[in-house]
Design a protein around this ligand. Structure first.
Ligand code: GDP
Ligand code: IMO
Ligand code: MG
Length: 430
């Protein structure tokens, strides 16, 4: 198999970074295809612990080319900080390329994201405040600025002049805050362009050559399918398509070229930000799932917010597999369940007297459903040192098998700890 999309299949933070870092040694090209620095991908390997927001998690493999694709919205400031942070720790970033077609997250996007959230009051989405929604909105309304524009003085000035006039009216008249200076913004972004010039490229030929040579390509998802602007829990979603279709669009690779879609699922469920979460729990079981006091406690990588936790939701999980054509499962953080006596899996929803097979579209309805749970005995044994499926405790094997059965895809990978080697390969991925 040469083109594999690895996508988040819940509400994000499934452990995508961990697995991309692991698989990067097999891939020759890793492409981040969507989202922006709302993402936070944690990698733990021989070089240390890293939190990546824009740079693909394949960056630690010296032989792998890493591309930030056209579908990503890029904060040049965040990208420069991330490049510098990696270089300071001895990680070579010379094989990192950013598509010149990728849109730029501008300062007014960040301001508007925060102001809009404030204005939503009780109905806030709980965004990461990184300007992602406003940046994608501008892209779609054709008033975006792209990475290539940062390299052309005249284009940048002209685009910015037109856009800033409207944004400043919005900022001052609607929100009553100070306008942005055209002069300062222009010079600042031109400078970002100069600093990033070696990385900004037409990434199409890079990707095309890899496809022509049949080199293994890994498409790295950000966010998760339940945050998908079309298929997620709208309006409590992000502003991009994080799934398999988004991988094609954001990387510029046709759907006929994708050989496999790996859906990454935590062995339970988490969510940061607002929005419905049918299997959410509180109390002692929730504390166990949050793993408070461990380095992998359920705290958001980007915002430091405590993640909401709950049992594995097979209704949502199956739906994510269906809309993305997931054929292979990666089940992460199985070790977190090591000390849980009885594990619950939600197999269906009840809405009054009706049993639902699929998640309802409307938040108000989704908030009313009652999860139907199946209980499975825990294994009460550490799994962090296990490296082969057959060495897992029987109850853990049964739990994993039940998830695969409910979701309807084959097992590919299990992870039992945050380290690169804390993984069990159950099937060939490339
Ligand atoms: P991503 O956004 O999907 O890349 O995931 P995040 O990095 O935001 O969150 C996943 C968290 O779980 C990080 O702190 C990882 O280091 C950690 N992690 C990943 N896989 C495992 C695992 O199998 N077990 C445990 N205990 N932690 C893991
Ligand atoms: P990774 O790639 C978890 C959530 C936010 C909020 C909603 C909208 O690390 O899995 P946005 O800033 O995108 O407008 O916020 O989406 N969100 C994530 N949650 N992991 C992520 O990325 C997320 N990216 C966005 O918390 O609920
Ligand atoms: Mg994350």
């Amino acid at each position: 198999m040469s083109v594999v999309a690895l996508i988040g299949a819940q509400w994000g933070d499934e452990g995508k970074g961990h697995l991309v870092d692991l698989l990067a040694s097999k891939a020759r090209l890793v492409i981040r295809y969507g989202g922006g620095n709302n993402a936070g991908h944690t990698v733990v390997n021989h070089l240390g612990t890293f939190k990546l927001h824009l740079i693909p998690s394949g960056i630690f493999d010296p032989a792998t080319v890493n591309v930030i694709g056209s579908g990503v919205v890029v904060s040049p400031e965040a990208l420069l900080t991330e490049i510098q942070g990696l270089e300071d720790r001895g990680v070579n970033t010379s094989k990192l390329f950013v598509s010149e077609r990728a849109h730029v997250v501008m300062p007014y996007h960040v301001m508007l994201d925060k102001l809009q959230e404030e204005a939503r009051g009780e109905g806030k989405i709980g965004t990461t405040g990184r300007g992602i929604g406003p940046a994608y909105a501008d892209k779609m309304s054709r008033s975006g600025i792209r990475m290539a524009d940062l390299l052309h003085e005249e284009t940048l000035l002209n685009r910015l002049r037109g856009v800033l006039e409207e944004k400043n009216r919005l900022l001052t008249k609607l929100y009553g805050v100070k306008p942005l200076s055209l002069h300062d913004t222009y010079l600042r972004y031109l400078d970002f362009g100069h600093k990033l010039a070696d990385h900004i490229a037409d990434t199409h030929p890079i990707i095309l050559r890899a496809l022509e040579k049949d080199l293994p390509i890994l498409l790295e998802g950000a966010q998760g399918s339940l945050l998908d602007v079309d298929h997620g829990t709208y309006p409590y979603v992000t502003s991009s398509p994080p799934g398999a279709a988004g991988a094609c669009q954001g990387a510029g690779i046709g759907p006929t070229r994708i050989d496999s879609v790996i859906g990454v699922y935590k062995a339970y469920t988490t969510r940061v930000g607002e929005g419905p979460f049918p299997t959410e729990i509180d109390g002692p079981d929730a504390d166990a799932l949050r793993q408070i006091g461990t380095p992998w406690a359920e705290v958001g990588t980007t915002t430091g917010r405590l993640r909401r936790v709950g049992w594995f939701d097979a209704v949502m999980a199956r739906y994510a597999a269906q809309v993305n054509g997931i054929d292979t499962l990666a089940i992460t953080k199985l070790d977190v369940l090591d000390g849980v006596q009885t594990i619950k899996i939600c197999t269906a929803y009840k809405l009054h007297e009706t049993t639902l097979e699929f998640p309802p579209a409307t938040t108000a309805v989704l908030e009313q459903v009652e999860p139907v749970y199946e209980e499975m005995p825990g294994w009460m044994t550490p799994t962090t040192a296990v490296r082969r499926f057959q060495d897992l405790p029987d109850n853990a094997q049964a739990y994993v098998a039940r998830i695969c059965q409910l979701v309807g895809a084959r097992l590919g990978i299990i992870s039992v700890g945050p380290d690169r080697d804390q993984t069990i390969m159950a099937a060939e991925v490339f």
